[in-house]
Design a protein around this ligand. Structure first.
Ligand code: BGC
Length: 250
């Protein structure tokens, strides 16, 4: 029997969002629940919020959970925009102790990319597809003929002496009160450096700013075609639920 309903939770630096997911359509089922990320964002505090979200839906099945850092076999390895206490934490185990269903964890951008490849802008795209999410940081998900190369961290490539995401993330745009054209120049420079080392066939741009893609994507001078994500801010939740339901090997 095909699993048609799943549950995904997206952990971010500012908010933690969870919802039931219709896995046939790749859309949220009903209203999602968003809770502010506790500060400090320690694993204990965040896991408690995740558990609260899951139980408030009465969900007891498998759960997909995204994390904004490198996540290998349930263990977090980096924490660029989270409390450093996450590094080395077995998130799968910690979460499994708190919630009724079995937990599958993965990187947030990988989850968003999996959702876009299945239901959105990357559907039926072969070759090398790069999904980039612009938010607190810059997340990346790389696909080769539809297969994910997990835990790429292209947000941290060096661009003119800086960590790429420090200057070109959506948070940098807000922090420095940049206009879309000003910020687009930063993104363009970032993509220029990225394209020197990688020759994707397509770049999908996601995150909240993808809703306003018409204001900045046409200003980019990349050789690679750039298209906005279609699932926008729901992609992480949908991708997490999909991963849990299909146990996509990462
Ligand atoms: C992290 C990535 C994450 C991205 C988006 C970066 O700072 O290193 O793992 O995908 O932010 O949250």
């Amino acid at each position: 029997m095909t699993v048609v309903q799943g549950f995904g939770v997206d952990i971010g630096g500012s908010g933690i969002k969870g919802c039931l997911v219709d896995l046939e359509q790749g859309v949220l089922e009903g209203e999602r629940l968003r809770v502010e990320t506790p500060q400090p964002s320690t694993p204990e505090a965040v896991c408690a919020v995740v558990a609260g979200i899951v139980t408030s839906f009465g969900w007891t099945g498998r759960i997909g959970v995204t994390y904004p850092g490198v996540m290998k076999k349930g263990v977090a390895h980096t924490a660029a925009n989270m409390d450093k206490g996450w590094i080395g934490t077995d998130v799968d185990a910690g979460m499994t102790a708190l919630v009724p269903g079995t937990v599958e964890t993965l990187n947030d951008a990988d989850a968003a990319g999996l959702a876009e490849m299945r239901y959105g802008a990357g559907r039926d795209q072969r070759g090398v597809v790069l999904m980039l999410t612009f938010g607190t940081g810059i997340g990346s998900a790389l696909f080769v003929d539809g297969h994910l190369v997990p835990n790429t961290e292209f947000g941290h490539i060096q661009v003119d002496g800086h960590d790429g995401e420090k200057k070109a993330s959506a948070a940098a745009k807000d922090r420095e009160e940049l206009s879309y054209p000003q910020w687009a120049k930063r993104v363009d420079r970032y993509l220029d450096v990225l394209e020197k080392g990688l020759w994707p066939d397509l770049i999908i741009v996601g995150g909240g700013v993808s809703k306003k893609a018409h204001k900045w994507v046409p200003l980019l001078s990349t050789r690679t075609p750039v298209v906005p994500a279609q699932l926008q801010n729901d992609a992480g939740i949908v991708g997490a639920a999909l991963t849990a339901a299909e146990r996509i090997d990462h």
